[in-house]
Design a protein around this ligand. Structure first.
Ligand code: ADP
Ligand code: MG
Length: 374
């Protein structure tokens, strides 16, 4: 009796926490580039959850602005440390959750560093993508007596609102009616970290075939590594499916329209449109609004199944600390603040979500039952 009530209480509490935390925002600050040690930084102060940015107003007066997120990673935080705060989310994929992880920020702010790692990849430099997959392999082996897992991956690129399969050389037509999950894209079964590394190399080569300046192209397209997990419970025969999208977004910098024309302008407009569509989708999911505008971009269409409902979303926002970048930094942080709003303004969630309210009422009545027992 008593123990059970306690247990129930704890379970309900965790569920409330879960509902609240479906959208998380982590902010990562890149170190100043070596060799420019006397470059001024726009970052005034960092603590566990708050980052304060310096800027100067028109009359030259110093101004400060603070932003609060679920976590701030300073410039000296390692890849392993970043991953350890991401791991629980990744593990939930094996329990049948859909997870989306985004890297957002201006070009050069460290998105690819977080997701993939530095160009000269070392063991400790490995990014979230590799670590996530090797963790999934590791855990699925640990559970192999009870659940049999199959893990497969897709790699896609979205450039100018066109989806390209990076695991083949074909352009993917917009064939499926609802536009989601690109059923035509190659889905490749993997069973070890080295399989994944080989596939990522292939994807990288396919990406560079169509562009002479790979770096340029990679900063103007979104790349998405999708991991599908299917687990079969060996006793009941039940199947559960989870998925994880690891998305390295196009650079978020605003392009001065008066300075660019032609292809460059078209790219900029596509990027702009899809990033704001993503922001709109996340913030309307977070506020549990009845209409979620998935259809406004290829990116949000592609992720539609994996963003709503029980899905868990993590956005890494990246900051380039150089003072010259502070305009972009402020707009990056404002974007991030918008997608994080609801979780931080928890009161609003409680009001808006019937589910949370119901769970809170159940907790209250369990507490009352507990008090009567004592
Ligand atoms: P983006 O993908 O946002 O354009 P990159 O990930 O390519 O940016 O980072 C730009 C440069 O800064 C790269 O040379 C990268 O290795 C380096 N860099 C980024 N983040 C870090 C970090 N946390 N620690 C060390 N170097 C970093
Ligand atoms: Mg990059």
């Amino acid at each position: 009796g008593y123990q059970r009530v306690l247990e129930e209480n704890r379970k309900l509490y965790n569920q409330v926490q879960d509902l609240k935390g479906n959208i998380r925002v982590y902010c990562r600050v890149r170190p100043l580039v070596p060799g420019h040690s006397n470059t001024l930084s726009s970052v005034d102060h960092i603590d566990e959850r708050t980052i304060t940015i310096l800027s100067h107003s028109k009359n030259g007066k110093e101004a400060k602005k603070s932003f609060t997120f679920n976590k701030i990673f300073g410039p000296s935080v390692t890849q392993a440390e970043v991953f350890s705060d991401t791991q629980p989310l990744i593990r939930s994929v094996l329990d049948g959750y859909n997870v989306c992880i985004f890297a957002y920020g201006q070009t050069g702010s460290g998105k690819t560093h977080t997701m993939t790692g530095p160009k000269e990849l070392t063991e400790e430099g490995l990014g979230v993508n590799y670590r996530a997959l090797s963790d999934l392999f590791h855990l699925s082996k640990e559970r192999k007596e009870t659940i049999s897992y199959e893990i497969s991956v897709q790699m896609l690129e979205i450039y100018n609102e066109q989806v390209k399969d990076l695991l083949s050389s074909d352009e993917i037509r917009n064939s499926s009616q609802n536009g989601i999950n690109v059923p035509d894209a190659n889905l490749v079964r993997v069973s070890s970290p080295s399989d994944v590394i080989n596939l990522m190399d292939l994807g990288h080569r396919n990406r560079s075939v169509c562009s002479t300046a790979l770096n340029d192209r990679s900063s103007r397209s979104h790349s998405c590594l999708t991991v599908h997990v299917q687990g079969k419970d060996l006793t009941s025969g039940n199947i559960l499916r989870g998925s994880m999208h690891l998305v390295d977004l196009a650079g978020s910098e605003r392009v001065d329209k008066s300075e660019v024309t032609g292809d460059r302008l078209k790219e900029a407009q596509h990027i702009n449109k899809s990033l704001s569509a993503l922001g709109d989708v996340i913030s309307s999911l977070a506020s549990r609004s009845s209409h979620v505008p998935f259809r406004n971009s290829k990116l949000t269409q592609l992720l539609q199944d994996s963003l709503g409902g029980q899905a868990k979303t993590l956005m890494f926002v990246h900051i380039a600390p150089e003072y010259e970048a502070h305009g972009e930094t402020l707009s990056t942080l404002k974007f991030a603040e918008r997608v994080a709003t609801v979780e931080l303004g928890a009161a609003k969630v409680n009001k808006d979500s019937g589910e949370v309210k119901e769970l809170k009422e159940q907790i209250a009545s369990l507490k009352a039952a507990l008090a009567r027992k004592e």
